[in-house]
Ligand binder design. Structure first.
Ligand SMILES: [Fe+2]
Ligand SMILES: [Fe+2]
Length: 170
């Protein structure tokens, strides 16, 4: 009869340091994605001008708090897995598509940028969910909840885009 003695702490077991490192690397990337999203959403919740921009600005303003909460959850989980939350010098920006548009009334540019950011998050978090399957159910469970938030964000902005397309603005 097989007995399990060394692996009783799951992902926190001594013998599973390699798996932990892999999960931590994925979590660090997720952490930076959230931080960059917070930066981009702050800028885009303030910059836009015009009547059509108002809804977008308010929506992004709400999302900022959610994305910040996600960053904090990823940071906590990195620590729980015996990792270290990276310092700001390790940050490298990737969201070229969410830079301020030339015209501050160009709301479609922002809507498309948000959809791209949320899609990137959805893809990366889906990868984490797959990578942690049977390996780290706690991280997996956490990321499933976060993934749902990102799917909700993307769906909302897809709706905005749909309206602009219907009106011939996008
Ligand atoms: Fe997020
Ligand atoms: Fe999001």
């Amino acid at each position: 009869m097989a007995t399990i003695t060394t692996d009783s702490s799951g992902i926190l077991s001594e013998g599973r340091a390699d798996q932990r490192e892999q999960v931590i690397a994925l979590l660090k990337k997720a952490y930076w994605m959230e931080i960059e999203t917070v930066m981009s959403y702050i800028a885009n919740s303030v910059n836009p001008d015009g009547v059509r921009a108002q809804e977008i600005k308010e929506s992004l303003e709400e999302d900022i708090q959610e994305e910040l909460g996600h960053a904090q959850q990823f940071a906590e989980r990195i620590k729980e897995l015996y990792g270290v939350v990276p310092g700001s010098e390790e940050f490298a920006a990737e969201q070229s598509f969410l830079q301020p548009p030339d015209q501050q009334t160009d709301v479609v540019h922002i809507v498309r940028g948000v959809i791209e950011a949320e899609t990137g998050a959805i893809e990366h978090y889906t990868r984490i969910i797959e990578a942690t399957d049977q390996i780290d159910p706690v991280t997996q469970d956490m990321v499933i909840d976060i993934l749902r938030d990102e799917q909700g964000h993307r769906r909302l902005f897809e709706g905005f885009l749909r309206e602009y397309e219907a009106e011939g603005l996008a």
